[in-house]
Write a protein that binds this ligand. Structure first.
Ligand code: NAP
Length: 355
């Protein structure tokens, strides 16, 4: 039996295409008359800005190929979702001619030599103006049975860290780590404000800053999330509330909805570190406050392999573990996307590829 790479039938979430019925493990490539090994994957098959879930397909894709000799294939044991995956389904950062694109930035798994590894998701990408890209932007992502990356992108899984925990770290937690350390220079800070407390980056920033002994304030629109973020060691407040003190570092991923509050909450010489703009990327900025208070507004994206190594060591040695909203079997990846899209999450939505 021969199958097309693509969509056939529906299952799972009503908005999501699924190719559960297609079972052969090899596909015929009609152009070259050869069979291609296949694997199960979750991918963007089109874009839908209004309803990104409708652009998600779960089905079969060719197993990864290696663009270069130093690339290897990792068998994935766990992955996690990021807001980035929803942006991709909306068409942000991807072009039509790149479709279908396997989604997912984060993974922990097993390398070809049988070692347990964590995948660093930033790969060299000639032709991209940044010189690099995150998995699922140019090269197939981690929401699959396997992913290919340069061998140098593999870091050893620290002893005592579960694959489902490690799979939370390479994107949201790495971003939060760099925001606090390299960019925010948190060693010199007493107090930190984290906006939008329920998000993956935000929960990471709260947990890490609290573990570093800082006074942490966190905003959330949701009373239940405020209660949960307080359990992580933060003083939880409603968005826009006046804080009992000005802070030295602000962690911003929300954007337009919170940026004015970030400026107003900043102490003289504070660092406002921005890695996302979930609620809009064109806030009004009071420049008088920026220069009068000598504020630094710093953009950042992801982190370096050394920073991921440091983060893994920090988590392993200090017993810090990612804040996990839910662990969902990969066979129910559509439910995982629906959960992230609902906005109801607290921490990371993790996918277990072993069940
Ligand atoms: N540059 C990078 O390297 C990098 C890496 C990871 C993520 N990001 C970006 O960072 C952002 C957050 O990512 P994530 O995965 O942590 O996302 P997420 O888990 O979906 O979190 C988003 C959070 O933003 C808050 N929020 C959303 N809309 C809001 C609004 N209108 N007003 C106030 N708060 C609002 C919510 O907090 P409450 O419900 O608690 O209020 C929500 O929990 C995304 O834009 C993502 O693209 C960037």
């Amino acid at each position: 039996m021969v199958a097309d790479i693509g969509v056939s039938g529906t299952a799972g979430h009503p908005d999501v295409h699924d190719t559960e019925m297609i079972r052969p493990r090899r596909l015929l490539n009609p152009a070259r008359l050869v069979t291609v090994p296949i694997m199960r994957a979750a991918f963007a098959s089109r874009f839908d800005d209004a309803n990104p879930l409708a652009a998600l397909t779960v089905g079969e894709r060719p197993e990864p190929t290696h663009p270069d000799d130093d690339w290897v294939t990792v068998r994935i044991r766990a992955s996690s979702l990021n807001h980035h995956d929803l942006w991709s389904l909306r068409g942000v950062g991807l072009r039509e001619d790149q479709l279908p694109m396997i989604l997912g930035c984060d993974a922990a798994g097993v390398d070809p030599d049988g070692n347990e590894v964590v995948v660093y998701p930033v790969v060299p990408t000639p032709g991209d103006p940044r010189g690099v890209s995150i998995l699922s932007e140019h090269f197939p992502g981690t929401l699959a049975e396997q992913v290919a990356v340069p061998r140098s992108n593999l870091l050893p899984l620290p002893a005592g860290l579960a694959a489902t925990d490690a799979a939370c770290l390479p994107t949201a937690w790495l971003t939060a780590w760099r925001m606090l350390t390299t960019k925010g220079r948190v060693d010199d800070a007493d107090a930190v404000l984290v906006q939008g407390a329920g998000g993956g980056v935000a929960t990471a920033a709260v947990a890490l800053a609290a573990a570093m002994g800082k006074r942490v304030y966190a905003t959330s629109r949701d009373a239940a999330k405020r209660e949960r973020i307080a359990q992580l060691g933060a003083t939880a407040v409603e968005p826009g509330s006046r804080l009992p003190e000005r802070v030295d570092v602000v962690i911003e991923t929300v954007g337009a909805a919170t940026f004015d509050h970030s400026l107003k909450s900043a102490a003289p010489m504070a660092r406002i570190v921005v890695s996302g703009a979930t609620a809009g990327h064109e806030p009004k900025v009071n420049l008088r406050r920026v220069f009068a208070m000598q504020l630094e507004i710093l953009g950042t994206s992801m982190g370096t392999p050394d920073e991921l190594t440091a983060l893994l060591a920090f988590c392993a040695e200090r017993g810090v573990r990612p804040v996990v909203d839910s662990v969902i079997p990969f066979s129910r990846v559509t439910d995982a996307f629906a959960r992230l899209h609902s906005g109801d999450v607290f921490g990371k939505v993790v996918l277990d590829h072993t069940t």
